[in-house]
Design a protein around this ligand. Structure first.
Ligand code: ADP
Length: 155
């Protein structure tokens, strides 16, 4: 059994079934997977930090290998803190690939951390938190795109 630890960083504003699928598929590769919810003080999110964390935790409540933490700053610093030598990312399309490739090379330059990419499931390639937010703002039904019921939102 692998004893590798990975960090899955993201904004998760909100978590979608695309994120959940990437984590589930990566679990056999790692002994521990730390979902790092990025807190960016300058980036305005639709959902609060507490809300985003609560939904991520709920999505992985039955996965003992998954841990959820909020972090500020560089992903490689979170990796150092939790002892992870790997970053996990999902790729939906060529645009994701081009962007992720530079970040991955930069992270390897900054620290001894390799990025592991999994391709999005074909049925998930069109799902992004941005589009889900847009749908929510326009009162569309997003229940098939997210792992939780929006009515479980924190007050
Ligand atoms: P970020 O702001 O860092 O891009 P996101 O929360 O949007 O954070 O995404 C976190 C990770 O999840 C990224 O690697 C992204 O490519 C991946 N991801 C997002 N949506 C999907 C999806 N539908 N299928 C597979 N991976 C996805």
């Amino acid at each position: 059994m692998s004893n590798a630890i990975a960090v899955f960083p993201g904004t998760f504003d909100p978590i979608t079934i695309g994120h959940v699928s990437i984590v589930r598929r990566a679990l056999p590769l790692f002994s521990r997977l730390v979902v790092g919810m990025g807190v960016n003080t300058t980036k305005k999110t639709m959902f609060t930090e507490a809300q985003r964390i609560a939904w991520i935790k709920a999505a992985f409540a039955n996965e003992p290998k998954v841990e959820v933490v909020a972090f500020e700053g560089l992903t490689v610093d979170l990796c150092k803190r939790v002892g992870a030598r790997f970053i996990l990312r999902g790729l939906r399309n060529g645009t994701d690939h081009d962007y992720e490739r530079s970040i991955a090379l930069m992270n390897r330059h900054l620290a001894d951390v390799e990025t592991v990419f999994l391709p999005a499931e074909p049925g998930h390639a069109h799902i992004s938190s941005t589009i889900v937010r847009e749908l929510i703002a326009n009162k569309a039904d997003v229940s098939a795109l997210i792992p939780m019921d929006l009515r479980t939102a924190l007050p």
